[in-house]
Design a protein around this ligand. Structure first.
Ligand code: ATP
Length: 202
């Protein structure tokens, strides 16, 4: 899945709306220390559903909302939108009819959080599912930050397997298996209850 556009407002150092249009080929972001280069990657990771403030270099999730500066008051909301092209064949079948997919995540200072898929409110699960097995996603191998290559090389075989499974397209099926197993468990419990009720009636 190729990123076409990234819109950031109120996220970390991006107080006013900033839009990045990604063209064909490689895009480089350059700038002096502390100007916000890594914040762009944090914004991408966050929009794709990252739940850990630590992975976004913060203490709590509220830290991602613009916290004010010498000249600007803190903001009450952060919003990041990403637009993806759908023409590389890695998009789930149900989205193939769309020429592009837009995801949006919003966070208010009171902790309320919202997700949107093509401007329609959705669940975090819908966003996570969209990226499964695409190599994109908050924790997928599309984001290789400082130290990640070393971490992959030194990780335990089970941890490395996670990355290989994502690349092989197995992650989605493993997640679906977990959901199916939970449903089976719930159904078993319901059957037991029905059995109890039936024996009471008899
Ligand atoms: P380096 O080249 O040193 O790695 P960088 O360009 O990657 O730096 P970032 O780490 O992306 O810089 O940005 C750091 C800046 O973002 C700091 O000035 C910090 O004050 C600012 N910042 C981070 N979170 C917030 C926030 N919630 N509100 C306002 N500013 C923030």
């Amino acid at each position: 899945m190729k990123i076409k556009r990234l819109d950031i407002v109120g996220f970390k150092s991006f107080v006013d709306k900033v839009s990045f249009d990604f063209q064909q080929g490689i895009t480089g972001i350059v700038g002096p220390n502390g100007c916000g280069k890594s914040n762009v990657v944090d914004a991408i990771r966050w929009a794709m559903g990252e739940q850990s403030a630590k992975n976004l270099r913060g203490r709590s999730m509220e830290d991602i909302i613009f916290g004010g500066s010498e000249f600007r008051k803190p903001l009450g909301m952060a919003e990041v939108s990403m637009v993806f092209a759908t023409d590389d064949g890695r998009v789930p079948a149900k989205y193939l009819s769309y020429s592009e997919i837009q995801i949006t995540r919003r966070l208010y200072r009171d902790g309320e959080s919202e997700y949107f898929l093509n401007k329609t409110p959705c669940r975090l699960m819908d966003i996570t599912e969209l990226f499964m097995d695409t190599g994109v996603g908050a924790r997928a191998y599309s984001i290789i930050e400082q130290g990640k290559i070393g971490m992959i090389l030194h990780s335990k075989p089970e941890e490395r397997r996670f990355i290989i499974e994502e690349a092989a397209g197995v992650t989605k099926f493993k997640a679906r298996k977990q959901v199916a197993l939970k449903k089976i468990d719930l159904t078993r419990q319901n059957l037991l209850r029905i059995g109890d009720i039936l024996s009471e009636i008899k």
